[in-house]
Design a protein around this ligand. Structure first.
Ligand code: FAD
Ligand code: NAI
Length: 468
């Protein structure tokens, strides 16, 4: 094992492990430090992968119970075997984690399990579980330590009855009433899981709308559809306390602006009010690395902190907290360190909410374009007019394309509907190439596919849809 590395990456989530692999591909001698004991970070262990496993299984459970009959498939009502479903989820995690382990080995990346800290540029100290210390030398350090659950002041998460997303992925029985605090991505995805499995779900949201930052028309439609599915919403409301002394939780809420207290009984409360950058234990004060007001490592255009030789990527720096954003930054910083021109196009990072229907979005929202005074044309096409969606009985939602009024360049694409999480890739590629709505409209789309809704929305920008 070399005692001096070209690069040490701290944290092996999607940002860190991808960075390490790309750097190794480019000829660097790379080590990673991970304190979790397994690779993959939040995403593989307690985030993207386990949540998608439960979303997939619970979606099929709901379909089998409520939708098979309409297609001529007779089944007796499906029974939930929750331990088996959780084991299926774990199998998905283990498979993916092993995959990362294999890739790191294949690329000859050295792994140190333990907590990494930075006494200064050029050196990383690793503290093992038993307190043993190891010190390694390196030309460069990439901090990829990710994020952790944001806490609600005065409310203690015990991961049993008052849970974060981590506990919500591990509940050992279906709560009768699940109260979700925060109508963001985690709350709506995991709220959907437990609603499908039998919980009554009430979502308490501070703002007067769900999914802040989403195109408002999509957000409104999304809430309407979730409501139709049985999810309850208490908007413009804040949780002020939870009494856990009784057999059921007693949740105090009041209007966001203040006012009368209303109580909600709950079996489980999911706190999903965001995530906070994680730098604990890194000793950044000692290394002199500067953080912003949100606790994120401040970086320049090349992901470099204020200290030479120390870089940062992923959830621990500014920008959307998304696995693919972290991955792309990992590739970019590795390429920059190798003397190439690594780059991330932040204007074209897709976001997907994996509910049913899914929500997928890239680029500017209508609200953003209005605020920036940009003149744009809108093309919209509903899934009710798409042949494939009709036969699949999945007609909720639409595709909306926003294109520059003068040049027709695509500025934003916002979709709600079946499989739109996959379909958004077409919009991302078009935007990455500076494509116009006309480009999408003239590209041949296979029939019958849901993607024809994208083509039709692009045609709608020029007011010439065929199927509506
Ligand atoms: P992380 O994945 O958080 O990895 C950081 C790693 O660093 C961790 O393994 C941690 O143990 C390690 N570490 C921290 N400090 C140290 C230290 N001092 N020494 C050594 N190791 C350390 N994003 C999506 O794009 N799509 C999704 O579907 C999605 N679903 C999600 C669902 C849930 C429930 C959650 C919580 C998140 C989800 N996310 C999703 C967000 C996604 O998980 C994060 O954006 C992504 O994991 C960030 O990657 P990262 O590499 O920056 O950090
Ligand atoms: P979020 O930022 O998406 O949503 C948090 C919600 O909580 C917001 O609507 C906010 O207004 C609300 N809120 C904040 N404080 C509140 C309070 N005191 N009371 C009531 N409501 C309050 O955060 P979330 O859902 O916790 O997710 C964290 C991160 O994980 C997100 O940044 C997201 O990018 C990532 N993630 C991504 C997924 C995906 O890509 N599909 C899935 C899950 C998580």
């Amino acid at each position: 094992m070399a005692d001096k590395f070209d690069l040490v990456v701290i944290g092996t989530g999607p940002g860190g492990y991808v960075c390490a692999i790309r750097a190794a591909q480019l000829g660097m001698n790379v080590a990673v430090v991970e304190k979790r004991g397994v690779h993959g970070g939040t995403c593989l262990n307690v985030g993207c992968i386990p949540s998608k496993a439960l979303l997939h299984a619970s979606e099929l459970f709901e379909e089998a119970g409520h939708e098979f009959g309409a297609m001529g498939i007779k089944v007796s009502p499906p029974e939930l075997d929750l331990p088996a479903m959780l084991a299926y989820k774990q199998e998905g995690i283990d498979g993916n984690v092993k995959g990362v382990e294999f890739l790191l080995k294949k690329n000859k990346v050295t792994t140190f399990f333990g907590t990494g800290s930075i006494p200064g540029a050029g050196r990383v100290t690793i503290t093992g579980d038993s307190g043993d210390l190891q010190s390694i030398e390196t030309s460069n350090i990439v901090i990829a330590t990710g994020s952790d659950v944001a806490q609600l002041p005065g409310i203690e998460i015990d991961e049993k009855r008052i849970v974060s997303s981590t506990g919500a992925l591990e509940l050992q029985s279906v709560p009768e009433h699940l109260v979700v605090v925060g109508a963001g991505v985690i709350g709506l995805e995991l709220g959907s899981v437990w609603r499908r499995l039998g919980s009554e779900v009430t979502v308490v949201e501070f703002l007067d709308h769900i999914t802040p930052g989403l195109d408002a028309e999509v957000s409104k439609n999304f809430q309407r559809i979730l409501k139709k599915q049985g999810m309850k919403f208490k908007l413009s409301t804040k949780v002020t306390g939870i009494d856990s002394s009784g057999p059921r939780l007693s949740v105090s809420t009041e209007p966001s602006k203040g006012g009368e207290t209303t109580m909600l009984d709950a079996d489980v409360v999911l706190v999903s009010i965001g995530r906070a950058p994680y730098t604990k234990g890194l000793g950044l004060e000692v290394a002199g690395v500067e953080l912003d007001g949100h606790g994120r490592v401040i970086t320049d255009d090349h992901f470099k902190s204020n200290v030479d030789g120390i870089y940062a990527i992923g959830d621990v720096i500014a920008g959307p907290m998304l696995a693919h954003k972290a991955e792309d930054e990992g590739v970019a910083v590795a390429e920059i360190l190798a003397g190439q021109s690594g780059h991330v196009n932040y204007g074209v990072i897709p976001g997907v909410i994996y509910t049913r229907p899914e929500v997928a979005t890239v680029g500017k929202t209508e609200e953003e374009l209005k605020a920036e005074g940009v003149a744009y044309n809108t093309g919209k096409f509903p899934f009710t007019a798409n042949g494939r969606a009709k036969v699949n009985r999945s007609t909720d939602g639409f595709v909306k394309i926003l294109a520059d009024a003068a040049t027709d360049r695509i500025l934003g694409v916002h979709m709600i509907g079946p499989n739109v999480g996959e379909m958004i890739a077409e919009a991302v590629v078009a935007m990455e190439f500076g494509g116009s709505a006309e480009d999408l409209a003239r590209s041949c789309h296979a029939h019958p596919t849901l993607t024809e809704a994208v083509k039709e929305a692009a045609l709608a920008v020029a007011k010439r849809t065929i199927h509506m």
